[in-house]
Design a protein around this ligand. Structure first.
Ligand SMILES: NC(=O)c1ccc[n+]([C@@H]2O[C@H](COP(=O)([O-])OP(=O)(O)OC[C@H]3O[C@@H](n4cnc5c(N)ncnc54)[C@H](O)[C@@H]3O)[C@@H](O)[C@H]2O)c1
Length: 254
């Protein structure tokens, strides 16, 4: 038997929450957990996007979709109610994100707060509201989405990189508070991944330069994140906590 007393219950049939579920990476994660036999509560900001996700995946009795803003406490409380109705929480994937490009000098206080709210405070709000549903069961997994952009720093994204880098401290400190309950907390840092906002807003030369900088010299796709996140959410990762798993094709080797 493993040290954390793993049971079949934790391999499949779990209750999983994914935020940012209608996004490029989030949607792939939802599909993977569903295929694994888990119940997935998939939440995202836009009702249209979450409806489209539901339609794309098709009717599944184990998929619950909910439009909610992770920066809004009332929305997050609705999310907690939806989770509670499903009998506790096994896995929380904090995947929502917003990564605009603004030079530092053009970053207004409102913009700064918006980016920090979504990429950092929203992670706190969701985790704070849902943690009681994970506590006291001897097992739990929290996976946060940071960004490999914190390694080199990125011009035009001081707000975003600041928020994502702060998730290192969030992840490590929270891991120490909840470890006694068998709950692990880890951070995944993706490299530049070809999802909608990147393809639409980022210059082709930047995407090209990322390819060249990797040990594995190809574009990064949402699917590249699925295995690492799934692993951190699994019983196999039961003795891994407070860690940062960088998934960028071997660009930054820390
Ligand atoms: N794509 C990349 O290059 C890249 C690189 C590093 C890190 N990341 C991070 O990976 C995660 C997934 O990114 P993605 O590329 O799939 O982006 P995406 O834009 O496709 O998905 C992000 C999702 O988050 C949702 N969201 C934004 N604000 C929200 C809010 N206030 N409440 C609820 N949902 C909200 C969006 O609606 C969107 O569906 C994000 O945390 C992102 O910051 C992405």
């Amino acid at each position: 038997m493993r040290g954390d007393g793993v049971s079949a219950r934790q391999e499949t049939g779990r209750v999983v929450v994914v935020t940012g579920a209608a996004g490029g990476v989030g949607a792939e994660l939802v599909k993977r957990f569903l295929t694994n036999g888990d119940t997935v509560i998939a939440t995202d900001l836009s009702p249209d996007a979450i409806d489209k996700l539901s339609a794309d995946i098709g009717a599944r009795d184990r998929l619950v979709t909910l439009a909610a803003d992770i920066t809004d406490e009332a929305d997050v409380a609705r999310l907690a109610e939806a989770v509670d109705g499903n009998g506790g929480l096994d896995v929380l994937v904090n995947g929502a994100g917003f990564f605009p490009i603004d030079t530092f000098e053009n970053t207004t206080p409102d913009r700064w707060r918006q980016v920090i709210d979504i990429n950092l405070t929203g992670y706190y709000l969701v985790t704070h509201a849902l943690l009681p549903l994970m506590r006291g069961r001897g097992w739990g997994r929290i996976v946060n989405f940071g960004s490999a952009s914190m390694y080199p720093g990125v011009p035009g994204q001081v707000h975003y990189v600041s928020a994502k880098a702060a998730l290192v401290g969030f992840t490590r400190s929270l891991a120490r508070e909840v470890g006694d309950d068998g709950i692990t907390v880890n951070l995944v840092t993706p490299g530049l991944t070809l999802t909608g906002p990147i393809v639409e807003n980022f210059p082709a030369e930047l995407i090209e330069s990322q390819r060249k900088g990797r040990a594995l010299q190809r574009d990064q796709y949402p699917q590249d994140l699925v295995g690492p996140v799934f692993f951190l959410a699994s019983p196999d990762a039961g003795f891994v906590s407070g860690q940062t798993l960088n998934v960028d094709g071997g660009m930054f080797m820390n």
